[in-house]
Write a protein that binds this ligand. Structure first.
Ligand SMILES: C[S@@+](CC[C@H](N)C(=O)[O-])C[C@H]1O[C@@H](n2cnc3c(N)ncnc32)[C@H](O)[C@@H]1O
Length: 270
C-alpha cells in the first residue's frame, strides 16, 4: 500500500515506523531526542541509562533504513551537551550496523553554552547514512553564491581566456562543504514558534534540496514544530511526519497552514 503523504502521524516513532511501507522515502531527516541534553524536557530525559537510549535508537534507525529508498539518504542530528557524549557512541554503533555516508557539521554561527574550562560549543552533528551503492545527491541544488566582489576578483585571473564562460560558471556559486553554516534561531527570531529544539528552515531546506527532487517524499520521525514538513511543502516535496506530543503536532499544523506555500499543496491532516 502506498504511504499517505503530507500528513502528521500522532504517535510513537518506533511503533509508527514499523507500520510504514518499505523503500518509500527518498530522504529521512531525523532530529531525535538527544539524550539528557535538554534537561528540562521530559522527552529528552525519558531513558534511565544511555544504554537504553542506544538500544532504542538502533531500533528506530533499523526501521528508518527499511523505509528509505535504495538511493536515499538518512540524516540523523545529534549534539554533545554539557559533556553528555552519548551521540559519539551512537555514531560508532550505527556506522557498524549501517552504511556510513558522511558526517555533516551544522555550524550554528554562535555558541550556545557557557563553558568556563573549554571552547564554547557552536555546532551540531548530522550523521548521514546511505542504503545502496548509488545515492541521489544533487550538489548543484545547494551551491553557495559568490558575492560580486569575489566574482570580479576571480574574473581577473588571466588563466581563463573565455571570460563569459568563466563568469557563467562563477555565477552558479561554489559547491557547499559538509560544514553547513546556518545561524541558529534566536529567541526574537520571527521563525521561532515555541519548540525548544526548533531547527532553522534554511538548514532543513538544504538537506531536502541536496537529497530529493520535486515530488519525492521526505520522512521525519520526530517532527517537533514541523520544520521538515514546512521545508518540504515549500520545495514541492511530499512529506510524512511523526510526533508523539499533541501540542507540538498542533503547532506544526498551524505553521504549515499559515505558510503561503500551503495553498499549492494538500492541506495537512492528522
Ligand atoms: C529534537 S525535537 C525535533 C525538533 C524539530 N526538528 C523542529 O525543528 O521542530 C524531537 C521531537 O521528538 C519528539 N519525540 C520524542 N520522543 C518521541 C517518540 N518516541 N516518538 C515520536 N516523537 C518523539 C519530541 O516531542 C520532540 O518534539
Amino acid at each position: 500500500m502506498p504511504m499517505k503523504t503530507n500528513h502528521i502521524i500522532h504517535g510513537d516513532a518506533l511503533a509508527e515506523l514499523k507500520k510504514l511501507p518499505t523503500a518509500c522515502a527518498q530522504s529521512i531527516i531525523a532530529d531525535p531526542p538527544y539524550f539528557n541534553v535538554l534537561e528540562d524536557e521530559a522527552w529528552d530525559t525519558q531513558w534511565k541509562t544511555s544504554a537504553d537510549y542506544l538500544t532504542w535508537c538502533e531500533a528506530w534507525v533499523h526501521q528508518a533504513m527499511r523505509i528509505l529508498r535504495e538511493d536515499g539518504l538518512c540524516f540523523i542530528f545529534g549534539q554533545l551537551g554539557k559533556r553528555e557524549h552519548t551521540f559519539l557512541h551512537l555514531m560508532s554503533r550505527l556506522t557498524q550496523q549501517q552504511t556510513f555516508h558522511d558526517l555533516v557539521i551544522w555550524d550554528r554561527a554562535v555558541g550556545y553554552d557557557e563553558r568556563r574550562d573549554s571552547f564554547t560549543p557552536q555546532y551540531e552533528m548530522i550523521l548521514v547514512l546511505r542504503k545502496g551503492e548509488k545515492v541521489k545527491f544533487i550538489k548543484d541544488a545547494v551551491r553557495i553564491p559568490y558575492d560580486e566582489a569575489t566574482i570580479a576578483t576571480y574574473l581577473r585571473d588571466k588563466r581563463y581566456k573565455d571570460k563569459a564562460a568563466r563568469k557563467g560558471h562563477l555565477e552558479k556559486g561554489k559547491y557547499a562543504t559538509n560544514i553547513l553554516r546556518v545561524p541558529s534561531l534566536k529567541g526574537q527570531s520571527k521563525e521561532k514558534c515555541g519548540h525548544p529544539s526548533q531547527k532553522p528552515l534554511q538548514l532543513i531546506e538544504k538537506l531536502i534540496l541536496c537529497s530529493t527532487e520535486a515530488g519525492d517524499t521526505v520522512l521525519d520521525p520526530f517532527l517537533g514544530s514541523g520544520t521538515t514538513a514546512l521545508a518540504a511543502q515549500r520545495t514541492s516535496r511530499k512529506w510524512v511526519g511523526i510526533e508523539q506530543d499533541s501540542n507540538y503536532l498542533h503547532l506544526a499544523q498551524k505553521r504549515l497552514q499559515a505558510d503561503p506555500s500551503n495553498s499549492t499543496n494538500e492541506p495537512p491532516r492528522s
